[in-house]
Design a protein around this ligand. Structure first.
Ligand SMILES: C[S@@+](CC[C@H](N)C(=O)[O-])C[C@H]1O[C@@H](n2cnc3c(N)ncnc32)[C@H](O)[C@@H]1O
Length: 304
């Protein structure tokens, strides 16, 4: 946080810090907003295709979800697989609040054991893969287009690290939001009720709470913009005045009027880009299910 806020040029913070307990609750609210079509598209595709998953990934003993959030999406998938035999579900998330909801909401599925892992994606996946029974396969879920939060080379490197934790026969279900009409893309990150603004501003309040900083939230404004050449939505917090913020009595952050702190990128994809990225990372892209109402793809990637 210190490195990102004191660096020369564009100040930035990792988007993973958005998800403390309040940030997690605000994200849940975002998924219900009329402007945020991503979650509904993801759920529509799961409603249509989740029952077919056992045909594509056989003999599954462990399902791992990277950044599970509340586990609402896994709830659509797990009953189809648990029906075939005992199954372990490992939701991996940095947010303890999200994992508590997962455990509560998925407890009733017969033949399912939930093993929550509070860790970062890859470390969590490494721990979860130890739970796999011999000669069985794993299904990894990475939904909500969270892969879009990484810069493209990082996203590809990340998929490569996921692949290193898998064996041939294992499958990744990867969701990706697709490039679409500019107005719809922007509104999804700048809703009229201001919930996304609250989600973004909570990051500064979190730093105030946890690191004893003195950000004055009235002096910041939420900004969302689209960079066409990079195919990404950027979320920023813009300083509305020249100001100096102190963190923990330890160091100062100087902000000019109009200067921004970049808090999240959400890259948008074309289906061909996803397929090529997956192939370079060691997967075959077997299927791409596309939602037509809100252009969005679920990609079924088979470890080679
Ligand atoms: C955008 S939400 C998506 C939640 C859910 N997968 C969905 O599709 O609605 C991202 C989730 O990933 C978690 N997360 C973000 N960065 C993470 C990281 N590096 N390691 C583990 N979890 C992370 C957040 O806490 C949050 O619950």
């Amino acid at each position: 946080m210190r490195a990102g806020l004191t660096k020369k040029g564009q100040k930035e913070l990792y988007s993973k810090y958005l998800y403390d307990d309040l940030g997690t609750a605000l994200f849940e609210a975002i998924t219900l907003l009329p402007e945020y079509g991503l979650t509904r598209a993801d759920l529509r595709l799961l409603s249509e295709h989740a029952a077919d998953l056992p045909d594509h990934v056989r003999n599954v003993s462990v399902v791992v979800e990277l950044g599970s959030g509340s586990g609402e999406k896994a709830l659509r998938i797990l009953p189809h697989l648990a029906r075939l035999g005992p199954l372990t579900y490992c939701p991996i998330d940095l947010s303890g609040a999200a994992l508590i909801r997962c455990q509560r909401d998925l407890a009733d599925i017969p033949q399912l054991t939930v093993v929550p892992i509070q860790d970062s994606y890859i470390d969590g996946l490494t721990s979860a893969s130890r739970l796999r029974k011999p000669d069985t396969n794993m299904l990894v879920l990475f939904l909500g287009s969270s892969i879009g939060n990484f810069e493209p080379p990082v996203a590809e490197g990340f998929l490569g690290m996921v692949r290193q934790n898998l064996k041939p026969g294992d499958v990744v279900l990867l969701s990706t939001d697709l490039v679409k009409d500019l107005g719809r893309m922007l509104a999804a990150y700048d809703d009229i009720l201001g919930v996304t603004a609250a989600f973004n501003l909570n990051l500064l309040q979190r730093i105030n709470r946890e690191l004893r900083a003195n950000f004055d939230l009235k002096e910041f404004r939420h900004k969302a913009r689209y960079d066409d050449s990079e195919q990404r939505i950027e979320m920023h917090l813009q300083s509305t005045a020249a100001q100096i913020v102190t963190v923990n009595g330890d160091f100062d952050i100087e902000l000019r009027k109009g200067e921004t702190i970049w808090t999240e990128s959400s890259y948008k994809f074309r289906t061909t880009q996803v397929r090529l990225m997956a192939e370079r990372a060691g997967f075959n892209c077997a299927i791409q299910w596309v939602d037509t109402e809100w252009p969005f793809a679920q990609n079924l990637l088979c470890a080679r």
